[in-house]
Write a protein that binds this ligand. Structure first.
Ligand SMILES: C[S@@+](CC[C@H](N)C(=O)[O-])C[C@H]1O[C@@H](n2cnc3c(N)ncnc32)[C@H](O)[C@@H]1O
Length: 310
């Protein structure tokens, strides 16, 4: 039988994944808030950073940004389509000379020396997809860092509300006419079905306790039958992530939960805010302040973010 890593590899190597990831910030307001939060965090810690490793760098949202700031970046990912898309974007941005693209798995970082990079990133859950090796992966990523680490992982507190509202993304749709398939499914199928939706409380309790969305044995079985599964995703609790990072030598660990404030704001108001450039900027400034308050850490939208010194 295959392992959990094979599921992640097959899922992320689907050819459409790169364009789907790139479209997220054009389609969903929670993704705008989350990526903006992380961008601000990286920029605010980039002083004195000359080299960086981005583990699970995807289509280059943050690796290219760092390269544009003059940082030499290793862009590392399990998915060749993601790497190809990132390389094309880096070429367009004129920063290819600052970037090295590496196809690999976070579960094997033996090629890199201790403290080889000033900054180590792993953003939007790559660590969570390495279950059951997530703790060792965190330790190894911290091992590579000389100054700073910034991680964002799936949040157990943050994703439980999905089990009570499968149409939760509807709150964050920028344009209701969008023909994106997930937008259409959310508006045309999931939202009308809410009236008859009854949460499965046994599943809620099981998911909360196990910190995983689905049963791994069943997923592996389906994978071996040729189905492409959403990768197994381990969702962290805030204190748990803090403890694992501290054990690996991280210091001054600051946790945040991007999207915590926006959860409380209806779609109509979010869309109005996004449509006015001044208001959008002020709102994103305030979200960063609010969602960085450690009391929000677990209640971000999908991700729990950690930033630390080493
Ligand atoms: C949601 S995307 C995030 C991409 C980017 N960090 C961002 O925030 O825009 C997750 C990325 O992790 C990569 N990934 C998943 N499992 C991985 C693993 N075991 N090793 C390396 N990369 C992995 C995927 O291919 C994908 O590009």
């Amino acid at each position: 039988m295959s392992n959990a890593g094979d599921i992640a590899s097959r899922f992320w190597n689907q050819p459409q994944k790169a364009s789907e990831e790139e479209a997220r910030e054009r389609t969903f307001i929670d993704d705008i808030i989350q990526k903006d939060h992380i961008e601000r965090l990286i920029r605010s810690h980039a002083g004195g950073i000359a080299t960086a490793f981005d583990g699970g760098a995807g289509s280059g949202r943050f690796s290219i940004m760092l390269a544009q700031m003059g940082v030499r970046v290793v862009h590392f990912d399990i998915s060749q389509p993601m790497i190809d898309a990132a390389r094309a974007r880096a070429a367009q941005s004129g920063v290819l000379d600052n970037m090295q693209f590496v196809h690999g798995r976070l579960e094997d970082l033996r090629a890199y020396r201790d403290r080889q990079f000033d900054m180590v990133l792993s953003i939007d859950s790559p660590i969570s997809y390495t279950y059951p090796q997530h703790e060792a992966v965190i330790g190894n990523l911290i091992r590579l860092a000389g100054k700073k680490v910034i991680f964002s992982v799936a949040s157990n507190m943050g994703w439980i509300p999905y089990l009570f509202n499968p149409a939760q993304k509807a709150q964050y749709i920028l344009n209701k006419q969008d023909d994106d398939p997930f937008v259409r499914w959310t508006l045309d199928d999931a939202l009308p079905a809410l009236a008859s939706f009854v949460p499965d409380m046994a599943a809620v309790r099981r998911t909360y306790a196990r910190q995983m969305m689905a049963d791994l044995t069943q997923m592996l079985q389906k994978h071996d039958e040729g189905q492409t599964q959403w990768p197994h995703t381990y969702a962290f609790m805030p204190d748990e992530l803090r403890a694992i990072m501290a054990q690996s030598g991280a210091r001054n660990i600051r946790l945040s939960g991007p999207g915590a404030l926006s959860r409380c704001i209806p779609n109509e108001v979010l869309v109005n805010i996004m449509g006015n450039a001044t208001m959008r900027r002020e709102f994103l400034d305030f979200c960063f302040a609010y969602d960085t308050n450690p009391y929000c850490a677990g209640m971000g939208k999908d991700n729990l973010v950690a930033c630390a010194d080493v």
